[in-house]
Structure formats: structure tokens, C-alpha cells
Design a binder for this molecule. Structure first.
Ligand code: BGC
Length: 459
């Protein structure tokens, strides 16, 4: 169990929804594999997460997403919760293998029906759906053919995106192509700690290039088929600082920033990969074909910023390629969450500033921000003052960025409900709503009630 640093909670800033302006988009985010369950219902194909979490020792306590929050069956109740919390926008992802069990070719009609019901129900309740096309659950059938490391993925992805837009584009206007490509390629294809569990440069480098191509190609297909769509894609980002103001740490911080914050964003803006600051990535050029530079580029309507923390970086000779280490918050004696991520609200301000400075970015939407704490379920309630303070303090920094001129136009909490936190299993709870995974009972946490009141008051 993670130790918490129970530093005195600082006074909370007074926030009002009205300060963000009328057009600001408020929401909550989720992802298919983390909430849906129903892993083999009605013709769904296997995803890489079904297979990975089924192997012993890959996920903490050998948890898996087979049932998760059973959102597949309970979505009417969960959408009723979204409505009762006055959350106007709901972000969820489509499961590729639920729609195309083999990844391409045969369509699973039951999967189509399910997403039709989900989307229609959102609209009936006046909730605007924001859809992520890919939130990490690649069809296993495609992984067998090489997955993200095989360039054919560009064609498979094109087929999948076109299908989704043809099926749902009549009702859904807000689309995000990929969720955090740095995480699914880095953790899944380099470190092997996420599905599909591959390690090393041999898979990672081509996976990066193919994901970057799909990111732009997906955007192009959406716009072609649905010119009125608002098309975005999302990036994980952490504010990076050197441990000491010394050249070696500063340079190490530049490398980490290039890897974590710039690798996928810059090619989409036509700036190419940041290879000057990431020399070891130069081997990517082997996979770049003539004409690819143009294909990497797409003019997104918005960029999804997903920030949780900052990382402090120290030079080290011993870490191959990067020669950099992250200094843990515990070592630095600062507060952190159950994920061992520092609580550092200014991080989101700095990331919004950093991304806001790119000429090619039209607008930013915070598509994820939130925290896992050791919530206690007591007397039928979950009182989570730490999460409430976290959200308020980060939001105050979003407002600060907006007031300083950054074009940020939305904020989505991660997450609506406690859910399957990938390799960490069910222990880290991020929800505004508590889930008892044995009974599937939902209990709105005090942070959920706070968000509701905040959203209700300012309109
Ligand atoms: C991902 C979510 C994840 C969250 C917390 C993001 O990296 O998009 O799927 O649950 O952060 O780790």
C-alpha cells in the first residue's frame, strides 16, 4: 500500500463555473475496457487487454476487465448518474473488437446495436457524447499479425475509423482519434507492462511511427466523411523540471520532455519527430517512407491535454539511451496520490502554457485530470476530501491559464466511476462515483456532489 503524505491541505480556491465562460465544455471521461466488462458478450472479439490481463502476474492481483463496471449492461443507470450530476459532456471510447471482432472485415451487429443504444440514450438525456476511437483495446486478431508494429495497421485503422463515422457520425460530433499514444506504445511495446506486453526497440520504434500515422490519418478520414465534426486527439503530458539547475540535469529534462510530451504532438503539427533532443529515436527513420512526413500532419480542431502530475528529472549515466531518471515524490518529500504521482496543480498550468505556445494548435481541451486516493466507504458514503481538493486546485490552474490567454475550452474529470486501472487493477480508484465491484453498487462520492454543485451553480 502506498504511504500518503498527509501534508496539511492548503486552502481551496473559490471557483465558479461562470469564470470559465459559457462555452466552456465540462465533462467526465471513461474508456471501454476500463468500464464495459461483457468481454465476450454478443460476438465481441478478444482485445489485447483481454489476453494480457488473462496471463498470470501481468496485472496486480491478477485482476482483469472481464466484468469491470458492467457498463455494457448498466449504461442506462450510469447515464442517469451523469445526468443527476449535471455533467453535460460524457467521454467514452468504442471497443474496436466489439465492432470488428477480427479487427477488419466482418462487422459485429450486436456491437453496433450496443453503441447505437448508448449514443441514443446520451442524446435522450441531453448528454453530449465525446468519442475516443482508440483507447488501447486493439483486437487480438491484429496483434497476432504484428499489431502496432506492422505498417498494415494504417489500413486496418482506416477501415475501423471510416466504419465508426459512417455508423455514428450522424449523431456524434466530437471525436478523438487516439488516447495517449505515448503510453500505449511506451508501456505496451517498449516496457511490456501494458498489453500486448512486448519489450524493446524492435517493436516500439515502428509502433510509434504507425501510431503517429494513424493519428493523422484518422483525423483526415473523420473530416472527409463528416466535415462538421470537431476532431481532436489526446496526449498524456507531465510537466518536466530538472532536479538541479545544472547543465546535466537540464539536458536530461529536455530529453524526457521530448519523449513524454513532444514525440507524437510535433509530427502532427508538421514539425517532425523531435529527434535532435532524442537521438536514440533516430532509428525511426528506417520506418519512414517517402511521403510520410506529409501524412503525419493533420490540422486538429482541438488537442486533448491529459495531465496528472509533474516529473522531476536527474541525469544518470546508467539509464541507457535517456541517461535520465525520474526522482520519485516520496524521495522529494512532496504529497502524492495512490499512483505515486505528485500532487502538483501548477503542472496543468505549465502544460497548457507549453502546448498553447505551438502555432498550429487551435484549441486545447483538458480531456483527463483526476486522482486516485484510498477512499473509504463508511455508513453508505464515500467522503473524499483529498480528491475534491485535488480537482479544485487543478481547476484553479486551468482557469489561471485561460485568464493568461491560453485557449483552453474544456475540462473532463478522469473518471466518472471507479474502474479497471490497467496494470494496477481495481485498487486505485479515480471515480467521482464509487463502485463496489462485488455488487456493482454505485455511490456518489463527496467529490461527485461537489462537481455537481459547481456545475449547477454557474449556469
Ligand atoms: C489514461 C486512463 C487512465 C488514467 C489514469 C490515462 O493515462 O487515459 O485510461 O486510467 O490516465 O492512469
Amino acid at each position: 500500500m502506498t504511504q500518503h503524505n498527509h501534508a496539511q491541505a492548503p486552502r481551496q480556491p473559490e471557483l465558479s463555473r461562470a469564470d470559465f465562460g459559457e462555452d466552456f465544455k465540462w465533462g467526465a471521461s471513461t474508456a471501454a475496457y476500463q468500464i464495459e466488462g461483457a468481454h465476450e458478450a454478443e460476438g465481441k472479439g478478444l482485445s489485447i487487454w483481454d489476453v494480457f490481463s488473462g496471463k498470470r502476474g501481468k496485472v496486480k492481483q491478477n485482476h482483469n476487465g472481464n466484468h469491470a463496471c458492467d457498463f455494457f449492461n448498466r449504461y442506462p443507470d450510469d447515464l442517469a448518474l451523469v445526468q443527476s450530476l449535471a455533467i453535460p459532456n460524457f467521454r467514452f471510447s468504442l471497443s474496436w473488437p466489439r465492432l470488428l471482432p477480427e479487427g477488419h472485415g466482418q462487422i459485429n451487429r450486436a456491437g453496433v446495436d450496443y453503441y447505437n443504444r448508448l449514443i441514443d440514450h446520451c442524446l435522450e438525456l441531453n448528454i453530449t457524447p465525446w468519442i475516443t476511437l482508440y483507447h488501447w483495446d486493439l483486437p487480438q486478431a491484429l496483434e497476432r499479425k504484428g499489431g502496432w508494429a506492422n505498417r498494415d495497421i494504417v489500413g486496418w485503422f482506416e477501415e475501423y475509423v471510416a466504419l465508426c463515422i459512417k455508423l455514428f457520425g450522424d449523431r456524434v460530433k466530437h471525436w478523438m482519434v487516439l488516447n495517449e499514444p505515448m503510453v500505449f506504445t511506451g508501456a505496451g511495446y517498449f516496457l511490456g507492462v501494458h498489453a500486448p506486453g512486448r519489450r524493446g526497440f524492435g517493436s516500439f520504434i515502428p509502433a510509434v511511427h504507425h501510431a503517429a500515422l494513424c493519428q493523422a490519418e484518422g483525423g483526415r478520414i473523420i473530416k472527409q466523411l463528416l466535415p462538421e465534426a470537431e476532431v481532436g486527439t489526446t496526449f498524456s503530458c507531465s510537466y518536466i523540471e530538472p532536479l538541479r539547475q545544472q547543465e546535466r540535469d537540464i539536458k536530461a529534462a529536455v530529453r524526457v520532455d521530448a519523449l513524454l510530451n513532444r514525440l507524437f504532438l510535433e509530427p502532427s503539427l508538421g514539425l517532425g519527430y523531435p529527434l535532435d533532443d532524442l537521438k536514440f529515436m533516430r532509428r525511426i527513420e528506417k520506418y519512414v517512407q517517402p511521403g510520410d512526413e506529409g501524412k503525419l500532419r493533420f490540422d486538429f480542431d482541438f488537442i486533448g491535454v491529459q495531465n496528472y502530475t509533474r516529473e522531476v528529472v536527474k541525469y544518470t549515466f546508467w539509464t541507457p539511451f535517456m541517461q535520465a531518471n525520474l526522482v520519485s515524490p516520496k524521495k522529494r518529500g512532496v504529497p502524492y496520490t495512490l499512483m505515486n504521482w505528485e500532487v502538483y496543480p501548477e503542472a496543468i498550468y505549465h502544460m497548457l502554457q507549453q502546448f498553447g505556445k505551438y502555432k498550429g494548435i487551435k484549441k486545447l481541451v483538458v480531456t483527463e485530470n483526476g486522482a486516485a486516493f484510498a477512499d473509504q466507504f463508511q455508513n453508505g458514503q464515500v467522503h473524499d476530501p483529498e480528491r475534491m481538493a485535488f480537482l479544485q486546485r487543478y481547476l484553479a490552474q486551468v482557469l489561471r491559464a485561460k485568464q493568461d490567454g491560453v485557449n483552453v475550452q474544456g475540462y473532463f474529470v478522469w473518471s466518472l466511476v471507479d474502474n479497471f486501472e490497467w496494470a494496477e487493477g481495481y485498487d486505485p480508484r479515480f471515480g467521482l462515483v464509487h463502485v463496489d465491484f462485488a455488487t456493482q453498487a454505485r455511490t456518489v462520492k463527496s467529490s461527485g456532489y461537489w462537481y455537481r454543485d459547481f456545475l449547477k451553480k454557474g449556469v
